[in-house]
Design a protein around this ligand. Structure first.
Ligand code: NDP
Length: 537
């Protein structure tokens, strides 16, 4: 276990390696000593433990964060930037150590820890740090009807932002959001998933080493009730990333506190492959979109609709690619598919596979699930055909390396099938024609549509991220996400005094004048305007 985690007060040191015979406690269960134990998904070994926060500790953490925020909000963008850029530099220096830890704790491959967790965060820090002052500078509004006044929009930090985060990207999701919130002048309290709590302790230590005031980025550990307590403990906004079921509860809890709430929820993202697509490129990018992080990505490709004329060659290519992927202990560079983070997810994938098989789907390749006696768990990258919209694997989020391939005849049908889902996070279109991709993008009900690519814009900090329908509410990332971490306050200043006609005393004359002015300005066509100006009122 990494030194900085062991040194942390809220993390109990764990034996470096437990014997293979050591019985594994249920993942995510709380010990009689009030700790959560974390086991490596790739080996089943104990990685570490964290102490679960009590109700009082959650409240105290939010209070301390709030006090630290008052001070931090007074700092200039340049002062905040300096600290966060130091954090980025330290992260780049320790990339190897962070990737090693993320892989051990979450089970994704070492390369995925680098390219999907650590590097996107380093880049996001750099981007927010350099652009915050521009994104959050006062915005002047000219008022077309009131030229004697000027309005200004000002972006004030909200205070303490509560982040509730999932286990699939335990570093990049909370840290990316935290950096935007901090640059905007807020404090952050994170409640990580009970399955992957350790990496946030390392992150907190790194922020402090970079010079972030203590308490400004805090972590409260525990299960769902700790997240629920945090919402009640005086935070000023909640950003929740997780399942639809929990998201609904969080939304209600935030409403009770009258605080804003952004919900980043699940997906069942479709890819449409048109007849003119570059098949090699489409197969490669769709395979990555479906299998990366063992399919445990909110925006994973979970359904593919291929034009019937190319369905055979496309399926052959994607299946051939799936067969070449090397699966195994994830902390090695030459492994393509790592381990499944939770047993709960493995069980759900098994149910989806069983249901698909029972209803007549064909497994073209893959379909094997392995759980070792030490507790390591792997799901083979799997390509299916013959799936239909009645099957759970097409209807519900699978969150595993499953790629069902279906066909369509017309583009209208492809769009209809893609939109036939309760979710709407991302959607992908493969075609050589940018015009066709753009036209289809306009018809897809998704927060993000990518042309000839999958997944990657989550790592492009300037692009907004979020879904429509059951995939969530609000956006993170980019200008809109960053501004959401602020209250927009409106200040209206006077340039000169203008004796407008709506003040007291009311009179028939004021009424006529007002009507004349508005009919002249707003009336359609010159003759109507002239009539309004010179006619009787
Ligand atoms: P969950 O909804 O199970 O948990 C998310 C977080 O909420 C965890 O920290 C959890 O704690 C906490 N929580 C549970 N109950 C409550 C409660 N009543 N009040 C407050 N917090 C609570 O999701 P998963 O962790 O299983 O994450 C997987 C889901 O996340 C998938 O559906 C995936 O699509 C979605 N996701 C969405 C993304 C997006 O950007 N749209 C990105 C990544 C994932 P604990 O774990 O301790 O129970």
């Amino acid at each position: 276990m990494a030194e900085s985690v062991q040194q942390n007060a809220s993390v109990s040191p764990a034996p470096a390696v437990l014997g293979a015979q050591q019985p594994q406690r249920a993942q995510g269960s709380i010990t009689p000593q009030g700790t959560l134990a974390v086991y490596e998904p790739g080996s089943g070994k104990l990685l570490g433990e964290v102490r679960v926060a009590t109700r009082e500790q959650v409240r105290e953490t939010v209070l301390v964060a709030s006090a630290a925020q008052a001070e931090w909000a007074r700092k200039s963008f340049a002062e905040r930037r300096e600290v966060l850029l130091r954090f980025k530099d330290l992260l780049l220096q320790r990339a190897d150590e962070f990737c090693d830890h993320i892989t051990r704790e979450n089970g994704k491959t070492r390369n995925e820890s680098l390219f999907m967790e650590v590097l996107p965060v380093a880049d996001a820090v750099n981007w927010y740090a350099r652009h915050a002052s521009k994104l959050l500078k006062d915005e002047k509004l000219s008022l077309h009807m009131f030229p004697h006044k000027k309005s200004y929009l000002r972006f004030y930090p909200r205070g303490v932002i509560g982040l509730i985060s999932p286990w699939n990207y335990p570093f990049s999701i909370p840290t990316g959001d935290a950096v935007a919130a901090l640059m905007a002048g807020n404090a952050v309290v994170v409640k990580p998933s009970e399955y992957t709590p350790l990496i946030m302790e390392k992150t907190r230590a790194l922020f402090e080493e970079a010079g972030l005031p203590r308490g400004l980025f805090a972590v409260v550990q525990g299960k769902g009730e700790v997240g629920a307590e945090m919402i009640r403990a005086g935070v000023n906004m909640i950003v929740f990333t997780g399942s639809v079921a929990t998201g609904k509860k969080v939304n209600v809890a935030a409403a009770e506190q009258m605080i804003p709430c952004v919900l980043e929820l699940g997906g069942k993202d479709p890819a449409i492959v048109l007849a003119d697509a570059d098949l090699d490129s489409a197969a490669k990018k769709i395979a990555w979109g479906a299998f990366a992080n063992s399919g445990q990505t909110c925006a994973s490709v979970e359904r593919v609709y291929v034009h019937e004329s190319i369905a055979g060659p496309f399926t052959d290519k994607v299946a051939a690619l799936a067969r070449t992927l090397r699966q195994g202990e994830p902390n090695q560079h030459d492994v393509d598919i790592g381990a499944m983070t939770t047993q709960m997810q493995v069980d759900l994938i098994q149910r989806h596979l069983d249901d698909a098989r029972a209803r007549g789907a064909k497994i073209v390749t893959g379909g094997e699930i392995t759980v070792t006696k030490e507790g390591a768990r792997f799901v083979q990258p799997t390509v299916l055909t013959g799936t239909t919209s009645e099957m759970a694997i097409i209807r519900d989020e699978t969150f595993g390396p499953m790629l069902p391939v279906m066909t369509f005849k017309t583009e209208e049908e492809a769009v209809r099938l893609a939109n036939d889902s309760a979710y709407g996070l991302s959607a992908y279109v493969f075609t050589r024609s940018k015009a066709k991709a753009d036209a289809i993008a306009n018809q897809l009900m998704a927060g993000t549509v990518m042309h000839n690519d999958t997944l990657y814009t989550h790592a492009a900090p300037e692009t907004p991220w979020g879904g429509v329908k059951s995939s969530g509410l609000g956006r993170v990332h980019g200008k809109h996400g960053m501004r959401d971490f602020c209250e927009v306050r409106h200040v209206n200043l006077e340039h000169f005094n203008f004796p407008a006609f709506w003040y007291y005393p009311y009179s028939r004359e004021a009424w006529s004048k007002g009507l004349r002015v508005y009919r002249t300005l707003l009336g359609a066509g010159l003759s109507n305007k002239l009539k309004a100006l010179f006619g009787k009122h």
